[in-house]
Design a protein around this ligand. Structure first.
Ligand code: GLN
Ligand code: ZN
Length: 720
C-alpha cells in the first residue's frame, strides 16, 4: 500500500487562534505559560487533522513567528534568552528585516551577516522530546536566503552550518528528519553544488535518516540530489513545468524514497485524482514511493469547513485540510477503492463563470491595445501643461491611516448593522478630512485615502465578476498578519465603476489633482488563487481591460492622474531567471493594456514597494508609465544604482520615509537619500513621497512625517 505524507499544514487555526494567542500575549492579556499551552493545544488540533488523513507528517513545524527565524536561533545565529527577546527580533524597533519567501507572499525574517562575525553553534533545542521526522529548514536554504554573506565564504559557512545540524540531530537522537530545502530549485552554480556536496557529506556517518524536500519549481539536477547522503527526496511534480518528471525517467533511485509531490499546496483547485493515481502507479514501478503535497500547505486557508464561498465553487476547491484528504483518496484509488474519489472530483470540470464577451475582447486585442500612441516625451509636456506641478512635487502612495474607527464602521456595514448609504456617508466624511489635511500640509498631488478598502486586492475582487472572495479563508503573510486571498474562477469583468465615486468626490473638494487609485493585474493575480484552465496571461489581460474601463470613467469624471499599483510585480517572477522573459512578457503587457488607450494627458503612475530593481529595471521601463514611486529609505537610496545602467527617462518618486516604522524622520535625515539620487536622475524628473501607503500608520505619525516631506521639497526647490 502506498504511503501518504503531508507537510507544512497551516499553523493559523480554523478561527485564527494563532493570531489571537500571540497578539493577546503581546498586549499583556496572556502570560507566557498561557501562551505556550495555548499554542501547544493549537498544535495538537493541527496534528489531529494530519492524523485523520495521512500516515506520516513532520514534528516541530509549529513556531511562534517563523521557521527560518527559529533555525537562526537553534544554530546560534541570533540569541534570544527569553520569549520577549524572541519577539523583539520579530517586531518593533530592532526587528530583523523581512522578505518574501522565494516566489511566495509569505515573509520570513532574514538572517543578516552585516558587520558581524557570525559563528554557528547549537544554542537552542526546539525539538525536545521529538524523535521522528523532526522538521527543520535545511542549511543550504538557510544560507542562500540570508543576506550580506562575507564574500567567498559560502562554502565554508555551509560546511560549518551543516556540521551543527549533524550535531543537533545527534543531540536529540533523531531517527529521521524532514529538511526543507526549497532553495535547491534555484539556478545553482557549480560552486554552490560543490559546496552542498561537501557540506552534506557530514550526514554520511550519522544514524539520522534525512528526507530532503524541494518545492515551488523543478531541481535542475535531480540526480545530484539523489546522490546526496539522504534517505528520501521530495520533489514538486506540480510547479515543475514537467522538468522533474522528465528527469525521474532516467534517475537511479539508489534505494532512496521518492516523496512525490502531486497535490498542489499553492492553489486551491481540486486535483484530477485518477490522473494523479496513474502517475503514482507508473512511478512506483521504479521508486519506493510516498505520496505527498507539492509545496507546503500553509499557502492555503486551513479548511473548507467554516469558510464561506459561492456554492458552485465549493465543489471545485480544496483548502489545506482537503488537500490532505486528496492524498488519502489517491491512496484509496490505488487500492481499488474509487467511489469517494469519484464523488470528490465530480464538479471539477463543470463550467462556471464563462463570459463570452470578455473572452472575445481578449481575443481581439491587437498591438495597438498594448502601445500608447503618444511617446512619453510628448505626453509629459501635455501633462505638465495641465498639472503645472512645481519641481520635486510631493504626494503619498494612496492609503491613509485605517483607524480603529474606520475598521469598526466597515465591519458594522459588513455585518449588515450599518446601511450602505450610512457607510458611504461615513467614508465621504473620512475622505473630506483627508483632503483638508492634505490642503493644510501643502501636498501637491492628493489621494483620497482608500478608507473604503479593506485590502488592495480583496476590494477589487469584491467588485469584479469572476473573482470570489472567501469568508474566513485566511492565510498568514507574516507573523500574525493574515489576509484572505480571493479566488479567480471565471472570466473577469467590470460591470460598473468600482472606485470612481470616491475619487470623483475627493476631486470635487479640491483644486489640487487627486490620483485615481487602482491595483494592477499582476498584483491581483499574485495575491489570489488563479484559475488554471486558461493561460495566466489571458486572465491578466481580462483584468487589464477592466482597469482600462475604470480609467476611461476617471477621465470622464475629470481625474488627471491615475496610479496603478503593482506591489507584486517582482514577487510573481519565476524562481529561475531563464523563465523570466516569458513571465515579464505578459506581466508588462497586462500593465500596458490598462493604460495604452488612456489619453496622453492623463498621467499614469505606478507604485512598487521595494527596491531591488537591479535585475528587472528593463522590464519595469517597458511598462511605459509616466511616473513610478518606489521604496528608497531603508536602502538609503542605493537603488539608484539600478537606474544608472539604463536610460531612465521617466519621473520617479523616491520613498524617503520608511512607513514600516512609527519613527518620524526629520528633513535632515531624508535629504541625503535625495542628494544621492540627484546625481543620477535629473531634478526635473523627481518626486518626493513615503515608501508606501500609510494604512498601518497613525495620523499622529503621518501628519508630522508628511509635513517634513513637504519641507524637504521646499528646501530642494530653493537649492535647485
Ligand atoms: N495604494 C496602496 C496603499 O497605499 C499601495 C499599497 C502597496 O503597495 N502595498 O495602501
Ligand atoms: Zn507599497
Amino acid at each position: 500500500m502506498v504511503k501518504t505524507y503531508g507537510y507544512g499544514f497551516p499553523r493559523l487555526g480554523k478561527q485564527r487562534e494563532f493570531k489571537t494567542l500571540i497578539e493577546s500575549y503581546w498586549s499583556g492579556k496572556l502570560t507566557e505559560t498561557e501562551l505556550k499551552s495555548g499554542i501547544a493545544k493549537l498544535n495538537e488540533k493541527r496534528e489531529e487533522i494530519y492524523k485523520k488523513y495521512v500516515d506520516v507528517f513532520p514534528q516541530g513545524e509549529m513556531t511562534f513567528y517563523d521557521n527560518l527565524f527559529d533555525a537562526s536561533l537553534i544554530f546560534g545565529f541570533y540569541k534570544a534568552e527569553t520569549l520577549d527577546d524572541y519577539f523583539a527580533l520579530c517586531r518593533g524597533k530592532n526587528a530583523l528585516e523581512m522578505t518574501k519567501w522565494l516566489n511566495t507572499n509569505y515573509h520570513y525574517l532574514v538572517p543578516d551577516f552585516e558587520g558581524k562575525e557570525k559563528n554557528f553553534s547549537v544554542s537552542w533545542n526546539k525539538h525536545e522530546g521529538i524523535k521522528e521526522n523532526a522538521y527543520l529548514i535545511g542549511p543550504f536554504t538557510f544560507l542562500k536566503l540570508s543576506k550580506n554573506l562575507p564574500e567567498g565564504k559560502f562554502a565554508t559557512l555551509l560546511k560549518s552550518l551543516a556540521d551543527k545540524y549533524a550535531k543537533y540531530f545527534k543531540l536529540n537522537g533523531f531517527t529521521s528528519v524532514h529538511l526543507d530545502e526549497p532553495a535547491f530549485v534555484m539556478e545553482l552554480s557549480d560552486e554552490e553544488m560543490e559546496a552542498i556536496k561537501n557540506a552534506y557529506s557530514v550526514f554520511e556517518d550519522i544514524d539520522t535518516k534525512i528526507n530532503l524536500f524541494t518545492y515551488y519549481d523543478s531541481v535542475d539536477n535531480l540526480q545530484f540530489v539523489f546522490d546526496l547522503p539522504v534517505s528520501g527526496v521530495g520533489v514538486d511534480l506540480v510547479h515543475d513545468r514537467g522538468e522533474n518528471l522528465s528527469q525521474l525517467e532516467s534517475i537511479e533511485p539508489k534505494g532512496k524514497t521518492l516523496f512525490a509531490g502531486i497535490v498542489d499546496g499553492r492553489n486551491v483547485w481540486r486535483a484530477d485524482l485518477f490522473e494523479k493515481a496513474n502517475l503514482i502507479k507508473k512511478l512506483s514501478e521504479k521508486f519506493d514511493i510516498v505520496v505527498t503535497n507539492a509545496a507546503p500547505l500553509f499557502h492555503l486557508p486551513v479548511s473548507l469547513k467554516g469558510a464561506t464561498l459561492p456554492e458552485e465553487l465549493v465543489a471545485k476547491v480544496a483548502f489545506a485540510e482537503e488537500k490532505l484528504k486528496e492524498l488519502k483518496l489517491i491512496a484509496e484509488i490505488l487500492e481499488g477503492n474509487e467511489k469517494e474519489a469519484e464523488n470528490w472530483i465530480e464538479g471539477i470540470n463543470r463550467a462556471f463563470g464563462v463570459r463570452k464577451n470578455v473572452k472575445s475582447r481578449v481575443e481581439n486585442l491587437t498591438e495597438a491595445d498594448f502601445e500608447k500612441a503618444v511617446p512619453y516625451a510628448e505626453r509629459i509636456k501635455l501633462q505638465q501643461e495641465i498639472l503645472k506641478l512645481p519641481l520635486f512635487p510631493t504626494t503619498t502612495i494612496g492609503s491613509f491611516p485605517q483607524t480603529q474607527e474606520v475598521r469598526r464602521v466597515r465591519l458594522l456595514n459588513r455585518k449588515g448593522q450599518l446601511a450602505d448609504e450610512d457607510y458611504k456617508t461615513f467614508i465621504k466624511g473620512e475622505i473630506a478630512k483627508a483632503i483638508k489635511i492634505q490642503e493644510e500640509l501643502g501636498v501637491d498631488v492628493f489621494v483620497h485615502g482608500e478608507f473604503e478598502r479593506s485590502d488592495m486586492v480583496e476590494f477589487f475582487a469584491e467588485k469584479l465578476e469572476g473573482i470570489a472572495t472567501t469568508g474566513n479563508g485566511w492565510v498568514i503573510s507574516y507573523g500574525t498578519r493574515s489576509y484572505r486571498p480571493p479566488i479567480i474562477f471565471g472570466d473577469v469583468e467590470r460591470t460598473e465603476p468600482m472606485t470612481v465615486e470616491e475619487i470623483a468626490f475627493a476631486q470635487s473638494l479640491t483644486d489640487k489633482p487627486v490620483k485615481g487609485m487602482l491595483t494592477g493585474p499582476v498584483t491581483i493575480i499574485a495575491w489570489s488563487y488563479c484559475r488554471e484552465d486558461i493561460p495566466v496571461s489571458g486572465v491578466a489581460y481580462q483584468i487589464g481591460l477592466a482597469i482600462r474601463d475604470e480609467i476611461t470613467d476617471y477621465e470622464q469624471a475629470g481625474i488627471k492622474i491615475v496610479q496603478i499599483d503593482e506591489a507584486a510585480f517582482r514577487e510573481k517572477a519565476p524562481i529561475k531567471k531563464r523563465n523570466w522573459d516569458e513571465y515579464f512578457d505578459w506581466a508588462v503587457k497586462s500593465f500596458r493594456v490598462c493604460h495604452a488607450k488612456s489619453k496622453p494627458e492623463t498621467q499614469i503612475h505606478s507604485h512598487m514597494c521595494y527596491s531591488e530593481f537591479g535585475k528587472i529595471i528593463e522590464y519595469i521601463l517597458a511598462m511605459d508609465f509616466d511616473v513610478i514611486s518606489i521604496e528608497a529609505s531603508r536602502s538609503k537610496g542605493d537603488i539608484i544604482e539600478a537606474f544608472e545602467r539604463v536610460n531612465f527617462d521617466r519621473q520617479i518618486g523616491l520613498g524617503v520615509w520608511d512607513i514600516h516604522s512609527p519613527y518620524v524622520p526629520s528633513v535632515d535625515e531624508m535629504k541625503p537619500i535625495v542628494g544621492r539620487a540627484l546625481k543620477v536622475i535629473s531634478k526635473d524628473n523627481f518626486w518626493v513621497n513615503p515608501d508606501c501607503g500609510l494604512k498601518t500608520r497613525r495620523w499622529e505619525e503621518s501628519i508630522p512625517a508628511i509635513r517634513n516631506i513637504v519641507k524637504l521639497s521646499y528646501t530642494l526647490r530653493e537649492e535647485a
